[in-house]
Design a protein around this ligand. Structure first.
Ligand code: NAD
Length: 362
């Protein structure tokens, strides 16, 4: 019997609701495939600020480092929204990524044929969309220094720094090429090489790394063209790799192709072992959704599909991951929907019922 350690950090709002459903599904997987999942739970985000005065305790980081994977709900809410506050719920996710060395964020975007009507784009544009967007997570504008605000005789001023090293670009490009090898063998590297020095370096290194992957078709695209093509012809993409801020924006744009935030899982990965596994953090792309928290309206499928990614990418359990994805598919085909994805003729269910249905289908 294989044993795995999983740290759960539900966080705030619907984070706690959707994680409960993912755990229900994992319990079924554990039983069916005869594994042992050792779950531990830690309070993070706004809830941790209330209880401990900080969003992410060092004890939580230590537990995460000793685990095979972290299942992360969502953090934040109006109660902790003061931008001038010394501690903010978001410190939990940024701190976790940094401390665990998670430099690659993977967001698969795939549209279920029965949910084509949920996209804001026309059916013929989105039909067949199946891509993974990889965002660099630990470099670029969010971490470059100097980063500050000040005031002088010319008024209020601010500076952020966009810096990338060869090492940072090289390692994320390898993630992109390796993933493309497991898929349709096409990688699009997105930069702003016509204006930014970091963009020129990015393109140069992506091209160099590409020489090690002759089986992959590498294309370069400027970020503005990428933003346009994502909604013009999303089926032209297989794997996209890009820097931190471009990735932040493009991943949300790509996610919306599929209609609801409640359907979109993600994985944040660091260094991999020889067998391709390694610690990772798995979370839905949505936030804590205070507008629907506590009402049973949250769609738990993004969290459940994130748990499937965890099984595949951190625990090396491919069949078990595919089993969860198949169960989600079966529930959608059977016509069950949470309110965010409800269409005509579907059976609308609440968060708990949706979790029950997927667990039963496992
Ligand atoms: P949000 O993703 O929480 O919600 C956006 C909209 O999508 C809302 O209308 C919400 O009801 C809906 N929605 C989101 N997830 C859903 C689900 N699973 N099922 C059904 N509907 C869903 O974004 P927001 O409202 O901009 O932010 C709310 C809080 O979450 C803020 O404090 C923000 O900082 C935080 N946030 C946290 C994370 C994270 O923890 N990684 C990510 C994004 C936002």
């Amino acid at each position: 019997m294989a044993t795995f350690k999983i740290l759960c950090t539900p966080g705030d709002g619907i984070g706690t609701e959707v994680i409960a459903e993912a755990l229900k599904v994992l319990a079924r997987v554990e039983k069916r495939f005869k594994h042992e999942f050792q779950f531990d739970e830690e309070i993070i985000g706004g809830a941790a600020i209330d209880k401990y005065g900080e969003a992410l305790r060092s004890k939580t980081i230590a537990k995460a480092k000793a685990s095979d994977a972290v299942l992360f709900g969502a953090v934040g809410g109006p109660k902790w929204d003061n931008p001038k506050a010394k501690v903010r719920p978001e410190d939990a996710i940024l701190g976790m990524r940094k401390q665990l060395g998670l430099f690659a964020n993977l967001r698969p975007v795939k549209i279920h044929p029965l949910m084509l009507a949920d996209s804001t784009l026309r059916r013929e544009v989105v039909e067949g969309t199946d891509m993974v967007v990889i965002r660099e997570l630990t470099g670029g504008l969010y971490f470059g220094r100097p980063q500050k605000r000040w005031e002088d005789s010319r008024g209020r001023q601010a500076v952020d720094t966009l810096r990338y090293s060869e090492k940072e670009i090289t390692r994320i490009c390898h993630v992109g090429f390796k993933l493309a090898q497991q898929r349709r063998k096409k990688l699009t590297s997105v930069d702003k090489a016509n204006v930014l020095r970091t963009g020129q370096l990015w393109r140069e290194i992506a091209t160099e790394v590409g020489k090690q992957y002759p089986d992959i078709q590498l294309d370069h695209l400027l970020v503005d063209a990428a933003a346009m093509n994502l909604i013009r012809k999303p089926t032209s993409f297989d794997v996209i790799v890009t820097e931190n801020m471009f990735g932040d924006i493009l991943t949300d744009e790509a996610a919306m192709l599929a209609g609801s935030m409640g359907m979109m899982p993600s994985a944040s990965l660091g260094k991999r072992k020889k067998d391709g596994t390694g610690i990772g953090l798995y979370e839905p792309i949505h936030g804590s959704a205070p507008d629907i928290a506590g009402q049973g309206k949250a769609n738990p499928l993004a969290m459940i599909l994130s748990a499937a990614m965890m099984l595949r990418l951190s625990l090396g359990l491919e069949a078990e991951a595919a089993c969860i994805e198949g169960a989600v598919d079966a529930v959608i085909v059977a016509g069950y929907r949470t309110p965010d994805i409800a269409g005509t003729g579907s059976s609308v269910v609440d968060t708990v019922k949706m979790g029950d249905l997927v667990a039963e289908a496992v």
